[in-house]
Design a protein around this ligand. Structure first.
Ligand SMILES: Nc1ncnc2c1ncn2[C@@H]1O[C@H](COP(=O)(O)OP(=O)(O)O)[C@@H](O)[C@H]1O
Ligand SMILES: [Mg+2]
Length: 387
């Protein structure tokens, strides 16, 4: 039996820990097979990376080279270039007909010339041996990506070039040149399917939806939503059977769904805790554990809320307490103090920063269930000190 911590991981979920997303997996697989590029967006911790990795695990394509580039920590075009060149180098070394020959040559060289740090340099008519470590020439990103694609195509390989947290590029100097280089490579790719993911949907939308920007109309877009309640309930029942050989009650499941609002990260946080117990949780136990977690997270919630302007905070508090499908209605706004005319901009800023979302039913609500629960708890709590 898998350990409960493996079934409900706080990082990438795959295999038995992966619930549903059948349609998304199918669509992404079709795109990869057809060398169609894909953009996947969703707020952070909604399951983008897990979806890509799980899809790659399930794909049955012979000679597939999956490359995963996490751009989270990049801050300049040079660092992006370094990441990409490294990834391309690793990708090429996966192409067996090339790697086996170079590897043989490399092994012999290393044995004979170890102290001279032999390097293999590719030339027009084969390769050249260099005997001093030199800085590698700065190649352009587009050349590296195109080169990988050409080699893969020539040898019957397929590449998936997955760039995670792609919005990082938008903030860099020369970002449009970088975007143009990537577009050039992607547009001419024969064997490489690109996948871009990121959590800052506003930034990504500026990059991919603006006809003036290089990446415009390059990708099929997948938006990840929360996993629906019935799929999640069935999944949790199955995990309960495996853990305790006993069913979990419908009310306990309903409580887990209601507290976490089917947010995959928070479902895992809560279930990870509950699944450690010796018996299935009651609804009451699940609720207690959730309240405990909200308290534990309050430092993070407060620092998140403090990033907002006073007006933004006021509107967030109103919407968290009372989700609405009519955010501009006079009676609704009678409870805030700022000018009515500015509501549109304040709401827009909250949506762009992922504090507020508009759900499938057209209701505006807090995006993060922990922030929502914290605000409600604060508003409803007593001001008296119990001594
Ligand atoms: N399909 C899924 N089933 C179960 N848990 C998932 C699923 N997708 C994501 N998770 C969980 O949600 C959290 C966030 O997943 P991750 O893939 O890192 O999201 P993102 O890349 O969008 O930030 C992790 O705890 C992960 O285990
Ligand atoms: Mg991720």
């Amino acid at each position: 039996m898998r350990h409960p911590l493996d079934i409900f991981p706080l990082d990438i979920a795959t295999g038995n820990a992966f619930c549903n997303r059948t349609q998304e997996i199918e669509r992404l697989s079709t795109n990869i097979e057809g060398v169609t590029h894909t953009l996947i967006t969703a707020p952070r911790r909604m399951g983008k990376t897990s979806l890509v990795i799980e899809t790659l695990n399930r794909l049955d394509i012979a000679r597939l080279i999956p490359v995963h580039l996490d751009l989270m920590l990049t801050s300049s075009p040079t660092s992006v270039q370094q990441y990409i060149l490294k990834a391309v180098g690793e990708g090429i070394s996966e192409i067996k007909p090339i790697a086996s020959k170079l590897n043989q040559a490399g092994q012999q060289l290393k044995k004979a010339l170890l102290s001279l740090r032999p390097q293999i340099e590719i030339t027009d008519d084969g390769f050249k041996i260099k005997l001093e470590a030199t800085k590698s020439p700065v190649e352009s990103i587009s050349d590296a990506l195109t080169g990988l694609d050409e080699l893969a195509n020539k040898h019957g390989y397929r590449v998936v070039f997955y760039m995670d947290e792609f919005q990082q590029l938008a903030d860099m100097a020369d970002n449009e040149t970088l975007e143009a280089a990537i577009r050039h490579a992607a547009q001419h790719a024969k064997a490489t399917a690109y996948i871009f993911t990121g959590s800052n949907r506003h930034m990504l939308s500026l990059m991919f939806d603006d006809s003036a920007r290089p990446l415009y109309h390059l990708c099929d877009k997948i938006v990840i939503e929360r996993i629906n309640t019935s799929e999640y309930a069935a999944y949790l029942k199955k995990q309960a059977k495996k853990r305790w050989k006993k069913p979990i009650t419908e009310t306990a499941i309903a409580t887990i769904m209601k507290c976490t609002q089917q947010h995959p990260y928070y479902v895992n946080v809560l279930c990870r805790h509950l699944w450690r117990e010796k018996t299935p949780p009651s609804a009451k136990k699940a609720m207690e554990a959730w309240c405990h977690y909200i308290q534990y997270e309050r430092g993070r919630v407060i620092s998140d809320i403090n990033k907002l302007s006073n007006n933004q905070r006021e509107l967030l508090i109103l919407i968290a307490n009372e989700p609405t499908d009519t955010p501009y209605a006079e009676h609704y706004l009678s409870r805030v103090n700022f000018a009515r005319g500015s509501v549109r901009n304040i709401l827009k800023a909250l949506i762009e920063q992922d504090f507020i979302l508009c759900d499938q039913n057209g209701f505006y609500r807090a995006q993060d269930p922990v922030i929502e629960a914290y605000i409600r708890h604060k508003q409803q709590g007593s001001s008296l000190i119990h001594v």
